[in-house]
Write a protein that binds this ligand. Structure first.
Ligand SMILES: [Zn+2]
Length: 131
């Protein structure tokens, strides 16, 4: 089956097939769907070529089902979703909304696992607590 990804607000399933689907908006106000890999630490991005953003651009992430903005309260540059693995363990997944930044955090019971070469960037705010 693999991991499930859920919206923290509506608990809707964000993973379809082999992709996690997000509704996004660029700084210029353009909107588009983005597909990300469900594998932590994999950063392939699939998007329609008409939705154009550059490395370093801040991209807002929304749930495609309930349209809530998926932002971590720990850092506004991080998006937040829930993941449920094969053992039904629930974790919080945070990842950077900055195009090209490779960092993901998996948080289970206050323990943080880091993925991606840029993961040191937000580690301090992720470890700071709160949830
Ligand atoms: Zn939702």
């Amino acid at each position: 089956m693999g991991n499930s990804y859920l919206c923290p607000q509506c608990s809707g399933h964000l993973k379809v097939g082999e992709s996690v689907v997000f509704s996004t908006r660029s700084k210029k106000g353009e909107t588009g769907l983005i597909l990300l890999s469900p594998k932590l630490g994999h950063y392939e991005v699939i998007n329609h070529p008409s939705f154009d953003f550059k490395e370093g651009d801040y991209v807002e992430f929304f749930c495609p089902l309930c349209h809530v903005q998926l932002t971590s309260e720990k850092n506004e540059n991080l998006a937040k979703v829930l993941m449920i693995d094969d053992d039904l363990q629930e974790s919080e997944i945070l990842f950077s909304k900055i195009a090209g930044e490779k960092c993901t955090y998996k948080i289970v019971d206050g323990n943080v696992e880091e993925y991606g070469k840029d993961s040191s960037r937000y580690l301090e705010s992720v470890l700071k607590g709160g949830s």
